[in-house]
Design a binder for this molecule. Structure first.
Ligand SMILES: Cc1cc2nc3c(=O)[nH]c(=O)nc-3n(C[C@H](O)[C@H](O)[C@H](O)COP(=O)(O)OP(=O)(O)OC[C@H]3O[C@@H](n4cnc5c(N)ncnc54)[C@H](O)[C@@H]3O)c2cc1C
Length: 469
């Protein structure tokens, strides 16, 4: 079956493994292209690492961590549009982020000028850098803009971004007050842990491509609520289905092709298989001799980085800022969930502290984190000093994203594999993007295109065979 999937004009079938954004986008794209799709999800809900859960104590639908998308995230926005839920998100009309240090507020904002001039007014007025550092920053941005990543890929993969920045005259102060402010939340690791290639990618695509590429967007509802019903409807309308609580137990092989997916319901079969599983799960599901091949062994190069969220509910409104970054606080980024979700002020306020690259917090007891961060909120926001904290919730995601370090390049496998009917999706695959919702959606779309191409070829081949025969 695997070698010549289309021997008649019956509807082609695809099994998608994993119901994160990569699996959802692959399932939708395959369904749109005419395949009958079955999506297998281990848990009882869709969304994968971008999920929300009801918190009875606060009455809120709490995200597993604040998720932000940018104006440049075209395929993620495309998926939301396809699902008809884009109106449940908001996107800034231009980039604007307050950045606070020692009580002084600077703004990273985008002016109505062509790139890279759109950032010039913000840099000129940025209070957290002296004149010499601003000139160095302008030089660094110029170098970022004109570095040809495609041409220098190998070298940029081997060098870390910190070393690249230092080579281009960026001082520690500029790195702390500007570069890491963006590198840390977008790559979930500081400049010393990421490749120069990924660091440059973030600034080229996210900040410099055009004046709207860094506009910040958020869901105005919980992350699962945003996509789940709409994805179920979209997959269902194409005649597909989602099977919840259906973990893949093994990917079974026959020769160089997948023979089927072992689940508690038995062996499920299809013409094509798309794994949208995390890299480590994929390796566990493959037979040992397949995962030991050079191709799949690449994925062992990937390592996880954690994100910790501290969610705080107060009995009153303490800040009007929607999002803010701090340079002199353990609180890296703070999101005003009440404002983002349009809640009335008299409800009190829900703030989400997002800690990226959070190795130093992952093993700290939750009570300790609760105490430290509530204290820090009270220090930073005078109005919080008299406020009652009604709930604090720490959410630790140890396996949040892969680290785009120099070793990771080998782990970013392409959509097409040496296993003829197995295709890969997932934010960790070779999308050229860091581990983000955009990367996940791009990977799902790419895997669906690869499946389509393969099925078309196989159809042509079996037709030719039939004609010859
Ligand atoms: C706290 C946090 C904050 C983040 N912030 C941002 C952000 O601000 N912006 C951004 O763009 N990205 C952010 N990300 C990253 C983003 O969430 C991920 O890049 C994206 O969701 C990955 O999607 P995916 O489909 O590739 O993988 P996953 O979401 O991991 O999907 C894999 C799916 O496979 C399922 N699965 C696993 N094992 C099996 C099995 N055996 N059988 C069947 N199913 C299985 C899982 O349950 C899951 O649903 C954040 C991530 C975290 C954790």
């Amino acid at each position: 079956m695997a070698q010549s999937p289309i021997v008649s004009e019956r509807r082609r079938t695809a099994l998608v493994l994993g119901g994160g954004l990569a699996g959802i986008s692959a399932a939708c794209a395959l369904g749109d292209a005419g395949s009958q799709v079955t999506l297998l999800e281990r848990r009882g809900f869709l969304g994968g690492r971008a999920f929300s859960f009801p918190d009875a104590e606060s009455g809120w639908d709490v995200d597993n961590g604040q998720h932000v998308f940018l104006g440049c995230c075209s395929e993620y926005v495309g998926l939301l549009r396809r699902l008809g839920v884009l109106d449940q998100t908001s996107l800034q009309d231009h980039l604007s982020i307050p950045i606070i240090e020692g009580g002084r507020t600077g703004h990273l904002w985008s002016a109505p000028l062509p790139p890279p001039l759109h950032l010039a007014p913000a840099f000129m007025r940025y209070p957290h850098l002296g004149l010499m550092d601003k000139l160095r920053l302008a030089y660094g941005m110029h170098k970022v803009r004109w570095t040809n990543r495609a041409k220098n890929r190998e070298a940029l993969q081997q060098e870390n971004f910190l070393s690249w920045l230092r080579r281009h005259r960026q001082t520690q102060r500029i790195i702390d007050a500007f570069w890491n402010l963006i590198t840390l939340p977008t790559l979930n690791s500081p400049a010393e842990h990421v490749t120069a290639d990924m660091g440059l990618m973030v600034f080229q695509e996210g900040l410099l491509r055009d004046r709207h590429s860094a506009d910040i967007g958020y869901a105005r509802v919980g992350l699962t609520a945003l996509v789940e019903d709409a994805a179920l409807a979209a997959i269902g309308e194409q005649g597909g289905e989602v099977r919840f609580q259906t973990p893949v137990l093994a990917i079974e092989m026959e020769g160089d092709a997948v023979a089927g997916i072992r689940t508690s319901e038995g062996l499920l079969q299809a013409d094509a298989y798309v794994s949208a599983l995390p890299f480590d799960t994929l390796l566990e599901m493959l037979p040992a001799q397949t995962s030991a091949t050079c191709f799949f062994q690449g994925a062992t190069a990937l390592r996880w980085a954690p994100i910790v969220g501290v969610h705080v509910w107060l009995d009153r409104w303490v800040t009007d800022l929607e999002v803010v970054a701090f340079l002199d606080s353990e609180i890296q980024w703070l999101f005003n969930k009440s404002l983002i979700q349009g809640r009335p002020k008299d409800e009190g306020q829900y703030l989400c502290i997002s800690l990226s690259g959070a190795w130093q917090y992952a093993d700290v007891p939750n009570e300790e984190l609760e105490r430290r961060f509530v204290e820090e909120l009270r220090r930073l926001f005078p109005a919080a000093r008299d406020a009652q904290v009604t709930r604090v919730l720490v959410v630790k995601q140890r396996q949040a994203t892969f680290i785009p370090d120099p070793a990771s390049d080998a782990g970013r496998l392409p959509a097409t594999t040496p296993v003829s009917n197995l295709f890969l999706a997932g934010d960790w695959t070779d999308t050229g993007w860091p581990a983000t919702m955009e990367s996940a959606v791009r990977s799902g779309n790419a895997a669906a295109r690869a499946v389509d191409g393969w099925l078309e070829n196989a159809k042509g081949a079996s037709l030719a065979q039939a004609l010859e025969g």
